[in-house]
Design a protein around this ligand. Structure first.
Ligand SMILES: [Zn+2]
Length: 291
């Protein structure tokens, strides 16, 4: 008995994480926009007043779920889906896998499309994303709203996936996969370097050549599974601090109002500049300025 105790203790130690804690925790955060979803080509198709919105929100829901299934295929123990488009009330909840949880509507805070992320997550995934404002051969290219001409940090123009990745990066969470049109795939590959991607369609001027929704969902499920499995390959996205935001807007009223934001300066006819070490503060300033 005396000699067996240490052996039993060793065995218990080796299997402690599996037996006492159950499966190792793996949390995946999925932010879902609509413009980059398979088939979508005009803003009307992703606007709740558009006649085809009901059709495309179903496709969006299935495409979001393809990412959810991919995450669970890769061993995720928890998946949070953040509806990130328009009203943030697009995804039809019952079309998601019952193991996933869904964040709907806007909190009013600065986390925006990344509402719900924190340092407990292991990987972030973006689905239905689109290129930044002013990108040629992109489908519905814009940055946040039609008022934004350019959002640049430290001289680098960023798409929504860029500043959202900085938010994830501030919590130490890497973006492992981005789905959307070919233009955003090209932008994130340039920006992040190593990242899993899947193009649902290719812009031809303002037209698009796209995959069947089921083909896109199949590719996204497989791509997300591979990216989550290989999450150690991807680094959290960061840039040198402090972050200096140079924001170019279309609306004179927004530029005038934004210039009163504490710490902000008007640095051009249509331009505001704001500096902070904290990306959440930058996003808070951005939300006020772009109104
Ligand atoms: Zn959107």
């Amino acid at each position: 008995m005396k000699t067996r105790m240490p052996f039993i203790a060793l065995v218990a130690l080796l299997f402690f994480p599996l037996t006492a804690l159950g499966q190792e925790e793996l949390k995946v955060f999925i932010s879902v926009d609509m413009e980059g979803i398979a088939g979508v080509v005009t803003s009307a198709e992703c606007s709740s007043s558009g006649p085809d919105y009901g059709y495309f929100r179903r496709i969006m829901s299935h495409e979001a779920n393809a990412a959810v299934l991919g995450a669970f295929d890769a061993g995720a123990t928890e998946v949070v889906v953040r509806d990130s488009h328009g009203s943030a009330r697009n995804i039809l909840p019952e079309l998601l896998d019952p193991r996933a949880r869904l964040i709907r509507d806007w909190s009013g805070g600065p986390m925006g499309m990344m509402e719900g992320i924190d340092d407990s997550f292991d990987a972030a995934v973006f689905i239905g994303y689109h290129a930044r404002a002013g990108t040629p051969d992109a489908i519905i290219d814009h940055t946040s709203s039609g008022n934004v001409v350019d959002f640049a940090i430290n001289g680098r123009s960023l798409p929504e996936s860029g500043y959202n990745a900085l938010i994830a990066g501030s919590y130490g969470v890497p973006v492992v996969f981005v789905g959307g049109d070919q233009a955003i795939v090209d932008q994130v590959e340039e920006l992040f370097g190593q990242v899993g991607t899947f193009a649902t369609k290719q812009g031809i001027g303002a037209a698009s050549l796209g995959l069947h929704p089921e083909a896109a969902q199949k590719g996204i499920r497989a791509g997300v599974a591979e990216a989550v499995r290989n999450r150690d390959r991807y680094r959290p996205f960061t840039m040198a601090k402090p972050y200096t935001l140079v924001l170019k807007l279309k609306s004179e009223a927004s530029v005038y109002n934004g210039s009163f934001f504490p710490g902000a300066r008007r640095t051009g006819d249509w331009e505001l500049t704001f500096t902070s070490d904290d990306i959440i503060q930058v996003m808070y300033a951005f939300n006020v300025m772009k109104r």
